[in-house]
Design a protein around this ligand. Structure first.
Ligand code: FMN
Length: 207
């Protein structure tokens, strides 16, 4: 599949067929993810492959509960149909054929000291650049999955209950779970993404 075609049909998939995703496929996805660039090649990503049905259930439950908090707290209210769709999908999250938790390893983030690029660490730069490595890794994974006919669902609701989420996976303090990524073969079709034209966001020679 052409890369451009994968990009323009990379929709979020929240419903999956009951078909396993084999280990070698998951390994291929993680290889794609870890090919991403990162500041000073610090590679600050980690993955937790959640195989245990109990743990998948616990993480799904946390995501569902946290999603309710998110929905309640949104400034722009979600329409009822969207809420029902999300909740229905979240109730079935544990049934996703594969679940990966993408994390940041903050011990790998002190890249500016190592390279001597800057005498003093600019904390904001360090943080932005570190997340800025983990998200391209996620995008590589998503695109690679799309090229294999697999769909993915990113969920970040757990930020509303980080403590419980971390404890399910026994994560050390320096590892921050960033997203639960559910992966599987979609029940529906891949449709074109709906985005505004870049022309609306283009500024030439300044704002
Ligand atoms: C960084 C990031 C975080 C996201 N977090 C969530 C999430 O917590 N829950 C969810 O259902 N979708 C999440 N999504 C998916 C977006 O809601 C989705 O990409 C967007 O609505 C556009 O829809 P589409 O991907 O189907 O084109 C996330 C996407 C990104 C890139």
């Amino acid at each position: 599949m052409e890369l451009s075609q994968a990009m323009v049909t990379l929709i979020s998939v929240r419903r999956f067929r009951d078909q396993a995703v084999n280990t070698s496929t998951l390994e291929e996805l993680m290889m794609a993810a870890t090919s991403a660039p990162s500041p000073a090649n610090s590679q600050p990503w980690e993955f937790v492959l959640v195989k245990s049905p109990e743990k998948k259930g616990s993480l799904a439950k946390i995501n569902l509960e946290c999603a309710s908090t998110y929905i309640r707290n949104r400034k722009v209210k979600m329409d009822e149909q969207r809420i029902r769709y999300l909740q229905k999908s979240l109730r079935r999250m544990a049934e996703a054929p594969a679940m990966l938790v993408l994390c940041v390893n903050w011990k790998r983030a002190g890249f500016m000291n190592k390279t001597g690029g800057l005498a003093k660490i600019n904390k904001r730069l360090e943080q932005v650049a570190t997340y800025g490595a983990v998200f391209p890794a996620m995008q590589n994974l998503l695109l690679s999955a799309r090229s294999m006919g697999l769909g993915c669902w990113i969920s970040m609701y757990h930020y509303y209950n980080m403590t419980e989420f971390r404890s399910v996976l026994n994560l050390p303090a320096y590892v921050e779970p960033v997203a639960t990524i559910c992966i599987g073969y979609p029940t529906g079709r891949f449709k074109p993404v709906r985005r505004e034209s870049f022309r609306k966001r283009l500024h030439v020679d300044g704002w």
